[in-house]
Design a protein around this ligand. Structure first.
Ligand code: 5GP
Length: 198
């Protein structure tokens, strides 16, 4: 997606060890116009899947996931990283190691929010090693719901996350695919066809 690549190039910051900081439009300050475009794009790619729920992990996945859910006319569920005292009912859980925070969180979703008839689209801000995505998939599978695929805003294609998801049989749609992050430069994957679902 051109506008997203432009935002990454012009407003992103390459940190050491292959980490991209996008606090100006996605992870801290949020650009509503760009999020709206992202929501439209994910919705267009998955519309035929008859999605009934969009699911993400708090907090950075919420903005793009909400716009996608709004476009598809369905509700959004965000997995919590810490169990809230208001979550009195039973929960589905999975342990997720955080790439950026270097700690393990137990993510939870209330059992009451998902049923085996749901068709779920999973959205996240980044795909790196695939831990967050696989944790989300595990939580959904516990509910018996089916997974239509993953919508990823920024995929770091030099890390193994995409391959892990594809190997597990999931459709992956990434709006920006980064080939390399080096010397403060972002290089995108050139072959657009490669970003289509495998
Ligand atoms: P994974 O679980 O695939 O290793 O990492 C995905 C999660 O880690 C994302 O939800 C995101 O919050 C965070 N993450 C991974 N790589 C980056 C990055 O380069 N920049 C930022 N800001 N977050 C990242």
């Amino acid at each position: 997606m051109r506008s997203l690549e432009k935002a990454i190039t012009e407003r992103g910051l390459v940190l050491s060890e292959g980490v991209l900081k996008v606090d100006t439009f996605l992870n801290h300050q949020i650009d509503p116009a760009l999020m709206s475009e992202i929501g439209k794009e994910f919705a267009a790619r998955f519309r035929r899947e008859l999605i009934t729920k969009v699911v993400t992990i708090e907090s950075s996945g919420i903005a793009p996931a909400l716009m996608t859910a709004s476009e598809l006319g369905v509700e959004l569920i965000f997995a919590r990283k810490k169990k809230s005292i208001t979550m009195t009912d039973d929960v589905y859980t999975a342990d997720v190691y955080s790439f950026t925070k270097q700690e393990t969180n137990t993510i939870t979703i209330s059992k009451s929010l998902l049923t085996s008839t749901d068709r779920v689209l999973l959205i996240d801000d980044f795909l790196a090693n695939g831990q967050a995505a696989l944790g989300l998939a595990s939580v959904i599978k516990q509910s018996g719901a089916s997974i239509a695929g993953f919508g990823i805003v920024i995929e770091k294609s030099f890390q193994p996350g995409r391959q892990k998801l594809v190997d597990a049989g999931y459709r992956v749609e990434s709006l920006a695919r980064i080939e390399t992050l080096s010397h403060s430069e972002v290089e995108f994957v050139k072959n657009e066809m490669a970003s289509q679902s495998l």
